[in-house]
Ligand binder design. Structure first.
Ligand code: IPM
Ligand code: MN
Length: 355
């Protein structure tokens, strides 16, 4: 790939535009250091547009994203719009429609960052969750039986295809190998209760594992995973899990790494267009106040560059973020950082040359 990237930017709702602005500030600065080029195209999908047009994201608009090398997303969600409409119509539509079948969520405690886990430090909290991102309970299959009666039953289907599970597990093994840390991959499931879905996951995991003799494998039930993430996070290197469990355990992960202010994620289609986002949401109460922490969005930008093959630029950003957490910020929480949103962006941009 030439080092000239077409990046689609969707600032989205709430504090999305504020944090994306800081990410783009860092992008400009790091491109000058690393010597790559890029063009940006901004899209106004989100609550404002929906309220005006009553449409979220059409199929042809979705298809347009396929022309880009990557998508940079701010946040989705607005208190004026009924919950679910923007989440399903925009975020999930992009994840599914662009076949971003991996949701990659690093859980890494940076130096100087407060964690609620007493006695745990950056050497203990450094793992990555590989969340399946196109199937499971998120497919929206189900039905009501006798809706509105006292005998009502609601069914919500978790769909797990062999090919969908296998491509996710294969990605996780490859990722564990490339990451080259403890070379340990933990399957997080619920084999003791969800005996169809997790039978398929466990069988597939076992079969694929045979091709990766250099990787140590492990299994933990999702409830126990929550326990170990708090008690012994140092046990984890890479965790692979389904869509729903991945959603839940990565919020826990975000908390032990210092909060939503730092948690970033990538929605990855290894053969297509991937989308990167801070995972914290639109934080309506902080909107427009220049108080929200942009580090999660900046870290998401680092992941975007890494996926494009600009590993050096990604490392440069991460080192600068670490310098800022270790030496500058008082806290990662909105309004308590000791700096405004734009000042934090400036700090990361100014300290890039340290990398
Ligand atoms: C996330 C979010 C989304 C999810 C919502 C907003 C649909 O919680 O990215 O984790 O459930 O995947
Ligand atoms: Mn979530």
């Amino acid at each position: 790939m030439s080092r000239n990237y077409k990046i689609a930017v969707v600032p989205g709702d709430g504090t999305g535009p504020e944090v994306v602005r800081e990410g783009l500030k860092v992008l400009k600065a790091v491109s000058e250091i690393s010597g790559f080029k890029y063009t940006l195209k901004e899209f106004d999908y989100g609550a404002e547009r929906y309220l005006k047009t009553n449409k979220v994201l059409s199929d042809s608009a979705l298809a347009e994203f396929k022309k880009f090398d990557a998508i940079y997303l701010g946040a989705v969600g607005d208190p004026r719009v009924k919950p679910g409409i923007l989440e399903q119509g925009l975020l999930l539509k992009m994840r599914f429609g662009l076949q971003q079948y991996i949701n990659l969520r690093p859980v890494k405690l940076y130096p100087g960052v407060w964690t609620p886990l007493r006695d745990k430090g950056p050497e203990d909290i450094d793992f990555v969750v590989v969340r399946e991102n196109n199937e499971g309970l998120y497919v929206g299959e189900g039905k009501f039986i006798k809706k509105g009666t006292k005998n009502e039953v609601a069914l919500q289907v978790s769909r797990n295809s062999r090919s969908g599970v296998e491509r996710c597990i294969r990605y996780a093994f490859e990722f564990t190998r490339k990451r080259n840390k403890r070379k340990k991959l933990t399957l997080c499931g619920k084999t003791n209760v969800l005996t169809y879905a997790w039978d398929l996951w466990e069988r597939t995991f076992g079969e694929v594992a045979k091709e990766y003799s250099d990787i140590t494998t492990d299994y933990a039930h999702v409830d126990a995973t929550c326990m170990w993430m708090v008690k012994n996070p140092e046990w984890f290197d890479v965790i692979v899990t389904d869509n729903m469990f991945g959603d839940i355990i990565t919020d826990l992960g975000a908390m032990i790494q210092g909060g939503m202010g730092i948690a970033a994620g990538g929605n990855i289609n290894p053969q297509g267009v991937s989308m990167f986002e801070p995972i914290g949401g639109s934080a309506p109460k902080y909107t427009g106040k220049n108080l929200i922490n942009p580090l999660a969005a900046i870290c998401a930008l680092g992941m975007l560059l890494d996926e494009l093959g600009e590993e050096e630029a990604a490392t440069t950003i991460e080192k600068s973020v670490m310098h800022v957490t270790a030496n500058k910020l008082k806290s990662l929480s909105a309004g308590k950082m000791g700096y405004s949103t734009s000042e934090v962006g400036d700090l990361v941009a100014e300290n890039l040359s340290r990398g």
